[in-house]
Ligand binder design. Structure first.
Ligand code: MG
Length: 455
């Protein structure tokens, strides 16, 4: 079977050498230059071993198509987004397949606002990929340059949104697992600026991912051990492009990715109430927190740009995704693990509470995230229609797959399920959440067997 090439609002992802080829790099460069109508382009990458080779090819194409290229090196995805804004560039490209395995690489495309291209924009970009490229004459090619200071710009931005003095006074000991990815250098530098003692785990920026790339609990045992060994106040884990953040408490227990956005939402609403925007797959804990503070609450389709666009439109206070994606408009409208880290440290400093104490105060839910090899909803719209009929009277959203919030169901009440095709992998996601593990399991198994019957 041919290797898959995934094209969506999350960018273009493929396996290097089979679906991610020089031909694809050239087409991407040509189309992006045309989409931006030339201008300055910021290019950054994660630490994957294929990154530099891909970058050189892409940057040459962009320059030959008339764009000035600023290479910011190996940096987190949010750093590239920030630099587009900072340098008033026409756009940017991140070369990173985020949490996909090492053989993958990808392009994430950033528009002039510093946010990813939205659905409409990416569709117009994909159309341009079908057309022949247009190049500049030899004397009007763009310039290639490097910018070494992107990390400092990013650190400066996140330090400016918290009480850094309060954090410094606590002299926290912090373990950090950057999965040898793009967060490996910038994050310890940030923590040191906040007076933290850093116990590094997998912070060698060589891209050899020593654990599963996603910062999910089963991948965080090394971090948990270091937290325990060094009596750390907290452990932080990132994904390879450092847009997602997971947390391990002072007892070495991963608190679950969903609780990252729940903690930060609670912290920020406690300072000032404003709208909260999260995607359809995010824990109900965030919804409960918003309700408690009287904050307006909106859910969007999955995909960072869908959340960020809605946040911009509605002037949101805080938003994000349950996979550890914190989006703070105070910093930038993109998922940013560094922003998440400074808010959590500020919360610890200001409350004087431990991470486990703070987590115990959150609304408690249990989530099961599963995947199926089917790439789309079995029988598509017919399945959706059947579910709508069967669960009539429940709260149903069909803007992205289908999500059902059970309000009256005798067994599932208070829980929910979300069934949707992934944007980034050729799989189908099944997410169920309940008030406890038993209820979450009941909901999950019910829908898995229902999907099996429909195949
Ligand atoms: Mg990522």
């Amino acid at each position: 079977m041919a290797a898959p090439l995934m094209k969506s609002v999350s960018g273009i992802r493929g396996i290097v050498g089979s679906s991610f080829t020089p031909d694809l790099i050239v087409k991407t460069g040509e189309a992006f230059a045309a989409w931006l109508k030339r201008g300055k382009v910021v290019v950054g990458r994660d630490s994957r071993p294929t990154g530099e080779t891909v970058a050189r090819c892409l940057e040459s194409v962009l320059a030959m198509a008339g764009c000035d290229v600023v290479d910011v090196g190996i940096v987190p995805t949010p750093t590239v987004q920030l630099m587009v804004e900072e340098l008033s560039a026409a756009g940017g490209i991140v070369i990173s397949a985020s949490h996909n395995p090492i053989e993958w690489n990808a392009f994430k495309l950033i528009g002039p606002s510093g946010s990813f291209l939205n659905q409409k924009e990416i569709q117009s970009f994909f159309k341009l990929m079908e057309l022949p490229g247009k190049y500049a004459p030899w004397d009007r090619m763009g310039a290639l340059s490097k910018h070494e200071g992107a990390g400092d710009v990013h650190i400066g931005r996140v330090l400016a949104v918290v009480d850094a003095g309060a954090i410094r006074r606590r002299s926290f000991t912090v373990a950090l697992d950057s999965v040898n990815g793009a967060g490996s250098v910038i994050t310890p530098a940030l923590l040191e600026r906040l007076g933290c003692r850093v116990a590094p785990v997998h912070c060698t920026m060589d891209g050899a991912f020593p654990r599963g790339a996603e910062p999910v609990p089963e991948n965080l045992s090394d971090l948990a051990n270091v937290v325990m060994r060094n009596s750390c106040h907290v452990g932080f884990a990132q994904d390879p492009d450092a847009d997602r953040l997971a947390i391990v408490d002072e007892n070495g227990r991963p608190i679950g990715e969903e609780n990252t956005i729940a903690l930060v939402t609670r912290h920020l609403l406690g300072k000032e109430v404003g709208r909260v925007v999260v995607n359809l797959s995010t824990t109900k804990a965030v919804e409960e927190i918003a309700r408690k503070y009287g904050a307006p609450f909106t859910r969007t389709k999955v995909g960072e740009i869908n959340v960020a666009d809605e946040m911009r439109r509605r002037g949101a206070r805080i938003g994000g995704e349950g996979n550890g994606g914190v989006i703070s408009p105070e910093v930038h409208l993109g998922r940013d693990s560094l922003a998440g880290i400074v808010y959590v440290l500020e919360m610890m400093a200001e409350t004087g509470k431990s991470v486990s104490e703070l987590v115990a105060e959150l609304p408690q839910f249990h989530m099961i995230k599963g995947k199926s090899k089917i790439g789309k909803l079995p029988r598509g719209d017919a399945f959706k229609a059947m579910l709508k009929e069967k669960f009539k009277g429940e709260r149903i959203s069909d803007i992205d797959g289908i999500r059902i919030d059970f309000t009256r169901h005798p067994e599932f009440g208070g829980g929910w399920v979300h069934l949707r095709a992934s944007n980034t992998e050729p799989i189908f996601r099944i997410i169920a959440e309940g008030g406890d593990e038993k209820q979450a399991k009941k909901i999950y198994t019910h829908f898995v067997s229902m999907m099996r019957l429909m195949r």
